[in-house]
Design a protein around this ligand. Structure first.
Ligand SMILES: Nc1ncnc2c1ncn2[C@@H]1O[C@H](COP(=O)(O)OP(=O)(O)OP(=O)(O)O)[C@@H](O)[C@H]1O
Ligand SMILES: [Mg+2]
Ligand SMILES: [Zn+2]
Length: 346
């Protein structure tokens, strides 16, 4: 029964990532999923699309196995590197160690730094967490309008995104234990016994500052005006399974996710009668139906399996159009026609 408010009630959810370009308030965009499904390709392509509509864009790889250099076919390092052909698109491959060191430096020197590193060693995962918070703090200062994260495969990323909560609780406890402070630390650090009251006070002050950084990161993550997580998957059992786990974790952390990229969907040539291809199409179709049912309130975009791997700006630009315009197998071929440059090289 339709009525005249039809437009609002039956608003279709667009099968594209265009809504991400339209949501101008977005600052942190995570791209994640199972290993090898196309996270890096999607993150780089999305960054290219964003560069066309936003003042400036930074793409950061948080995967220790860094592969945005390979995707852009350009050497990218620990410093912001401009992507060839763009004047507002930059990339960065972070070295986790570096940020842990920067964090330690910001905590002071001498006995305090020693204490901090011992503290870090005593809580599993805390170094990674601090380093990520420090990264966010530094990135925040860089004045990018939007930051795209190409993340490591699911398990690692879930851990990373859970850190703010973990750390916040941990640091609160430490600060709460103020009175017994010296006693607690002297168990883990011989440096503490030689510390004066004022330097103990200083460590507390620094912990308080760290807590504020982490709370800041946490608040940003949980604000759906600022942060969203784009899940990339392929229509296969393991990927569907892992995506569901990821989406549940994100909801637990309070991180918005409403976009799904279903990558590597096979569209055989019209005149093909290859049995292998059709068997695969049937298999994929089964999961595509499941995905549609499970995530009916998501923007789901299907991207065809292309004939070639996606490397270099023009191939990524071509891939990026598939994120924006739903693929129509009746009018398009899924080969890589990287002959047109959408934007970029001038
Ligand atoms: N739709 C597609 N058609 C053809 N090749 C694709 C497609 N999507 C991705 N690829 C290729 O598949 C490979 C894996 O993609 P990508 O590196 O983006 O995955 P990933 O999820 O980042 O992997 P990892 O978990 O190793 O970081 C790359 O060589 C990429 O060019
Ligand atoms: Mg990758
Ligand atoms: Zn075939």
């Amino acid at each position: 029964m339709k009525n005249d408010t039809e437009d609002e009630e039956y608003e279709e959810i667009e099968p594209s990532l265009r809504n991400i370009l339209d949501q101008e308030s977005l600052k942190w965009i995570f791209v994640g999923g199972k290993g090898g499904v196309g996270k890096t390709t999607t993150a780089c392509s999305l960054a290219i699309q964003l560069a066309a509509v936003r003042r400036n864009v930074l793409i950061i790889s948080t995967d220790p196995a860094h592969n945005i250099s390979d995707a852009f076919s350009q050497q990218i390092g620990k410093r912001e590197t401009a992507i060839n052909g763009f004047d507002n698109l930059f990339a960065l491959e972070i070295d986790p160690e570096m940020h842990t060191q920067a964090m330690a430096d910001s905590m002071g020197d001498g006995a305090n730094a020693g204490l901090l590193s011992e503290l870090m060693n005593s809580v599993p995962g805390i170094d990674e967490a601090m380093s990520f918070a420090e990264l966010m703090r530094q990135v925040q200062k860089m004045n990018y309008e939007v930051i795209v994260f190409d993340t490591a495969p699911t398990g690692h990323t879930i851990r990373l995104l859970g850190f703010p909560q973990l750390l916040e609780t941990g640091i609160k406890k430490l600060i709460g234990l103020k009175d017994r402070f010296a006693g607690i630390f002297s168990q883990i650090s011989s440096a503490v016994s030689s510390m004066t009251d004022s330097s103990k006070e200083e460590v507390l002050t620094r912990l308080e500052a760290t807590k504020q950084i982490i709370e800041f990161v946490h608040r940003q993550f949980q604000d759906s005006n600022l942060t969203t997580f784009v899940c990339v998957m392929i229509p296969e059992f393991l990927s569907v399974f892992e995506t569901e786990r990821l989406i549940q974790q994100l909801s637990k952390f309070g991180i918005d996710t409403h976009c799904l990229v279903v990558n590597q969907v096979l569209f055989p040539d019209k005149d093909s009668n290859c049995r292998k291809c059709f068997a695969r199409v049937r298999m994929q179709q089964k999961y595509l139906t499941q995905i549609g049912d499970l995530y009916e309130d998501f923007n789901i975009v299907t991207v065809p399996l292309l004939d070639n791997e996606v490397r270099g700006v023009s191939a990524l630009t071509e891939f990026s159009t598939h994120l924006m315009v739903p693929f129509d197998p009746t009018t398009e071929s899924s080969s890589n026609d990287a002959d047109q440059e959408m934007n970029g090289s001038e």
